[in-house]
Design a protein around this ligand. Structure first.
Ligand code: ADP
Ligand code: MG
Length: 287
């Protein structure tokens, strides 16, 4: 597997121009014909075609003949465009190792003034159900390309984090480009991967943060032991599915978040809290 940094270093300005042209074309259609790429990029069709073949060999673009002749960029190319933009705007000075491949994302370490991660969203390729939800917002554009689903998820995540930080314990959001969110790197380990000394304290901290987010009008909606990092304090990550309190399923989603956390602490630490009491407390504090 070729790493992002390696690909980034071998990227030439012409490649960036062509990839951006395809990206722009994909706003209007799934596959972008050569003539359109040529028109947008200002690169003559024959020359563009030659470079597109090379890019396709590097698995950065895909070429198809059906339903009509055209090109798409691959996720790897979209990663490169986002990284290129974050570097250009001065948010990222260096890129580190890959931290992990999640269900919905690929996360890299990065560095600028502070240790960061760059989370590249993968909605649209890996999780059908989440894409369907994201696509609810795009109902009027049913043929929308996957890049829009990923970018929309990143936008939601970034905006929600900006709204919550620093009142709620979330990583400091730094910048977004396309489907990529740059944020502070949190020191600690996932809740699932640690044995807590003081589980009581930890669950209370998590519930407190759920309450604070709720008071700011936000429900995580994908909360579980996999989205909590435990260090000196707890930090809640992974916010692209968050919804507002005015969402039609807000109550249900809040109660699912709470019950996921309660179940985990009950199973692993034998802590018994009543979901009804916890939910009531979140709402009473609100009043
Ligand atoms: N801000 C962060 N600091 C440190 N590690 C992080 C951070 N954000 C994500 N990670 C790591 O990347 C993994 C995936 O991130 P997450 O936001 O949960 O995405 P998803 O589960 O949708 O793939 C996390 O489990 C965690 O290990
Ligand atoms: Mg997660």
């Amino acid at each position: 597997m070729i790493q992002l940094a390696e690909r980034f270093l071998s990227l030439r300005s012409e490649d960036v121009i062509l990839l951006r042209a395809i990206e722009a074309g994909m706003r209007r259609r799934e596959w972008v014909p050569l003539e359109e790429i040529s028109a947008i990029s200002g690169i003559p069709a024959s020359k563009a075609e030659y470079h597109l073949r090379l890019l396709s060999g590097r698995k950065l673009v895909t070429y198809t003949k059906v339903p009509y002749e055209g090109y798409q960029i691959e996720f790897a190319a979209y990663d490169l465009l986002a990284l290129h933009d974050l570097v250009r705007r001065g948010f990222v000075a260096s890129l580190g190792d890959r931290l992990g491949v999640g269900k919905e994302s690929v996360v890299y370490e990065a560095l600028d003034d502070i240790p960061m991660v760059i989370k590249f969203h993968r909605e649209g390729r890996t999780s059908f159900s989440r894409v369907r939800r994201v696509r609810d917002y795009l109902r009027d554009r049913p043929k929308v390309a996957w890049i829009h689903a990923a970018a929309l998820a990143a936008r939601t995540e970034f905006e929600v984090m900006r709204r919550l930080y620093p009142s709620v314990s979330v990583p400091k959001p730094i910048a977004r480009s396309r489907h990529a969110v740059a944020m502070e790197r949190v020191t600690g380990v996932l809740l699932t991967k640690t044995e807590l000394d003081d589980p009581e304290f930890c669950i209370n901290r998590i519930l407190e943060e759920i309450g604070k987010a709720y008071r700011l009008g936000v429900i995580h909606a994908d909360l579980s032991e996999y989205n909590v990092i435990v260090g000196e304090d707890i930090t809640i990550i992974d916010w692209p599915q968050a919804v507002g309190r005015d969402h039609e399923s807000a109550e249900e989603l809040l109660s699912r978040d709470v019950s996921n956390i309660l179940k985990y602490f009950k199973r692993k630490y034998k802590i018994n809290l009543n979901p009804g009491d916890v939910l009531r407390k979140i709402k009473v504090d609100d009043g």
